[in-house]
Ligand binder design. Sequence first.
Ligand code: HEM
Ligand SMILES: *[C@@H]1O[C@H](CO)[C@@H](O)[C@H](O)[C@H]1NC(C)=O
Length: 328
Amino acid sequence: MASLGLVMFFLFCAIFQAFLVSSSNNGGLYPELYQYSCPQANEIVMSVLEEAIAKDPRMAASLLRLHFHDCFVQGCDASILLDESSAFKSEKGAGPNKNSLRGFEVIDQIKAKLEQVCPHTVSCADILALAARDSIVLSGGPYWEVPLGRSDSKTANFKKANVNIPAPNSTIQNLISLFNRQGLNEEDLVALSGGHTIGMARCVSFRQRLYNQKGDNLPDATLEKTYYNGLKSICPSSGGDNNISPLDVASPVRFDNTYFKLLLWGKGLLNSDEVLLTGNVKKTKELVKTYAENEGIFFHQFSKSMVKMGNISPLLKGEIRKNCRRVN
Ligand code: HEM
Ligand SMILES: *[C@@H]1O[C@H](CO)[C@@H](O)[C@H](O)[C@H]1NC(C)=O
């Protein structure tokens, strides 16, 4: 009798677990995927990142951005990592990516180690998702479980990289619609923009605000005066295109809610940052204020939105690349 009870109990557990996995709405992805097939996966990603970020603290930001730019173009399928080939044009050359994306060598390093320990097991797209999460953790931000099981695409989409990834001079309506197209709402937009609490941008990404915001040869009036003067010295009206400035001038390598506080003080770097507050959309404006006041709420929503962004899935079944830069 007792053993029948035990059997029933285990049966129940199994069914319940299947229910949890299927109802988690993660597009078939789940955090424990490599638990048996590559138990060292998390450790390997983390150890390579620890070294890379200690050497170059900005690398955390660069890796977070890689995952974002991957997911917005035909889903999170590592299409961003593919080098140019005879079959397709690389996304690396698209406007939002060219002379800007960093971190490809770090992904290569992680992939090489994983191929040694558990060959043909961990996808490049999953590496990007894990590297983004660990980069946030190593920068002082929140931890979340990363659903796993993405596969790598056999093609890239240069055109979509130009169309789907928002430009820095986007209006609030542009931003909302580009995020909506990916199944992301205004809460996701504001929280994920908080990724700009780390990292740098080039002069070309914010020059328009300093010299000719509306085609009238005037600066963006929302910029705080001393901040504006500092930016002009980094970014002249012509030349210095690749000079860089921190997206969060107060704590550029710390993942915190300072980005939102700076927005309230007129010290956001990009137009796309500024318009979250001043773009006349009540919802995004309120969220900026909420996250500026309460880092815990920001961290919670950021984690949730990162999982959501990480679940944007490709339409086609792909492969597990041996080398993240090319199809097998
Ligand atoms: C909302 C629309 C967004 C726009 C218009 C935008 C635009 C930009 C631009 C123009 C840069 C600087 C690139 C350069 O000048 O080289 C940048 C950097 C960055 N972006 Fe975004 N971004 C957006 C959303 C996001 C999201 C959702 C994330 C991640 C969750 C993110 C993470 C980053 C990071 C971390 C950097 C710094 C990278 C580095 O220092 O290497 N951005 N972004
Ligand atoms: C944004 O910049 C692009 C390229 O510099 C320009 O063609 C476009 O008109 C700008 N958009 C806005 C809304 O200012």
